[in-house]
Design a protein around this ligand. Sequence first.
Ligand code: HEC
Length: 196
Amino acid sequence: MKGLVLAMNTRTTVWVWAGLGALGFGCGEAKEPPAAEPTELIGLRTTDQQALHGYDQVDAEKGVYQLPVARAIEVVAADPQLLASLVKLPDLEEMTPIARGEYHFNNTYACAGCHLLDGKQKLGPHLNGRFGGPPSVLESGESVAFDEAYFNESVLNSRAKMVKGFPPIMPVFEGRISTADLDDLRAFLKTTKPAS
Ligand code: HEC
């Protein structure tokens, strides 16, 4: 075995000779590997929340955390069994805005934890087929068109307009979401259809 290639979400390929060499993975005629940039991230799947405490969980269902490569190497060195749990993170830059929006909806911001896309209510109202659909009815009794401005405000400042019949549990995303991510979320949600 000549080393292990880990694909990053930055489109870079990193050789983790050094870390794995210490574990006894052959590294005989190793050339000097390019050093991993501190910003390069990799996914690690584990149910051991303690080990990866403090890192972003990007897929709650599968227990995937994203962490810097250097840290991943340390974690794997401490528990070699985790080597098999290293996963390729989706390359967000390579994805279409719609696919990225779906990823953000399900993973990055976990909107899906509260909003369904099949016309049913969960903790919050369903969000499929809403753009250009019937208006939202607010606690104030007012009706408001579900357009881009309303969507953005609902996400950034979720308390500004409360949908009738729901508790004020939606997080305020102002300062926690980029304009680009918001654009992607809209692009994705616009592709969803009303439940028939
Ligand atoms: C913890 C649960 C929760 C999460 C997570 C959450 N929401 Fe909400 N959301 C709600 C609830 C409850 C409401 C209705 C009450 C209100 O208006 O705040 C709501 C309302 C909305 C509305 C207005 C819906 C309508 O019918 O007019 C939009 C749009 C929305 N959320 C989008 C999102 C998006 C996008 C995300 C992820 C970035 C998200 N929400 C994450 C609970 C949540």
